[in-house]
Design a protein around this ligand. Structure first.
Ligand code: ZN
Ligand code: ZN
Length: 142
């Protein structure tokens, strides 16, 4: 697996992102945080729970016209440098169709946190940790 060979750049503001890892038992999510705009990029390749991926990036339809003109400024996937696709339901959330990574703008993180809070995960899991992390992250940024 090719991993962390170079600094990842924020697709929104092009600033370098700092890496952190969230893990519970054998599940993990790599998170890149942008100090410039407050966006975050999530990797889903290592034992990623399907429900998390489904919530965050389950829709694979291509951007419709509304989504694409609302978010014309988004850049490329920090990992594979292909164009990110806007999520059809979650504003500010983008997915890479190649690596299935997900980028969320600060607004997108808020939308994700609200989504998680509205439907709490059933058990202690990575998803729970992830939603806690999102809430902490948002508070920290306010
Ligand atoms: Zn940024
Ligand atoms: Zn990618």
């Amino acid at each position: 697996m090719v991993y962390r060979e170079q600094q990842r750049m924020c697709p929104l503001c092009m600033a370098p992102m700092s890496a952190s890892v969230l893990s519970v038992s054998d599940e993990r999510v790599d998170i890149d945080l942008c100090d410039g705009c407050g966006g975050a990029y999530f990797d889903f390749y290592d034992g990623a729970p399907g429900h998390l991926a489904r919530i965050v990036g389950g829709r694979s339809e291509r951007a419709d016209s509304a989504a694409s003109h609302n978010h014309g400024a988004i850049g490329l996937c920090p990992v594979c440098e292909v164009v990110l696709s806007p999520h059809s339901d979650l504003e500010g959330v983008y997915r890479c169709d190649q690596c299935f990574g997900v980028f969320a703008t600060p607004d997108g993180l808020r939308v994700l946190a609200e989504t998680f809070i509205a439907s709490p995960p059933p058990e202690k899991s990575l998803l729970k940790e992830f939603s806690d992390w999102l809430v902490d992250h948002l508070w920290e940024r306010k």
